[in-house]
Design a protein around this ligand. Structure first.
Ligand SMILES: [Zn+2]
Length: 206
């Protein structure tokens, strides 16, 4: 029987003609080797393509085997990595223990060898602290000086305010005195005028 295989992977199809009536038929390649009735004439036929189906199953199996091998290799590498990390951790721990033991058993060095040059960083830190204290103290002195100046100015202002109030009071009493004197002057003027009139009348009578 003539047939052709089309497509790729799991979607491969086999195309052929019914051996009884010649109708064109297309089946999944996975049906190869199985009996089916022809949809046109109803007579059974065997789906062709068995070698291709077997080949495709071999390829699939090889693919799965390759995936399994790759997975095993990855797992093996991961296990080796873990073992290496664990060994490195043990080595480090061992070195620390040895270093601690060496430190315990070593005799102390003579004092001359232990003597080190003065620690520059500490003196620099002390200098910075002193500088900071000086700055803070200077700032405090400036603030105190300004505050006392301010206090003096405030008391001077209070004195000036009192003087102004006193002068205002004096001015008011002066104004009252002037008013009183003006009143007295008016009545004096009236009296003078009256006397002048009286003198004029006496002169006319003579
Ligand atoms: Zn047929």
């Amino acid at each position: 029987m003539n047939y052709t295989v089309k497509g790729a992977g799991r979607n491969r199809k086999v195309a052929f003609t019914c051996p009884t009536c010649g109708a064109a038929i297309e089946s999944p390649l996975s049906d190869a080797g199985q009996n089916f009735p022809c949809p046109t004439c109803g007579r059974d036929f065997v789906t062709p393509g068995i070698p291709e189906l077997e080949q495709s199953r071999r390829e699939e199996a090889a693919q799965v085997a390759a995936q399994v091998r790759a997975q095993k290799i990855r797992e093996h590498e991961a296990a080796e990595r873990r073992a290496r990390d664990a060994q490195e951790a043990r080595d480090r721990e061992e070195q620390l223990v040895k270093a601690a033991e060496r430190a315990k058993t070593q005799t102390p060095l003579p004092q001359a060898q232990l003597a080190r040059p003065p620690d520059r960083s500490i003196s620099q830190a002390a200098f910075a602290v002193v500088l900071l204290l000086v700055v803070v103290a200077g700032y405090g002195a400036v603030v105190r000086t300004m505050q006392s100046k301010l206090d003096r100015l405030e008391s001077r202002l209070n004195e000036l305010t009192k003087t102004v109030d006193r002068n205002a009071t004096d001015l008011e009493s002066l104004r009252l005195t002037v008013n009183r004197n003006a009143g007295a002057l008016n009545s004096l003027t009236d009296t003078v005028n009256y006397n002048a009139d009286a003198a004029n009348r006496n002169n006319r009578l003579r």
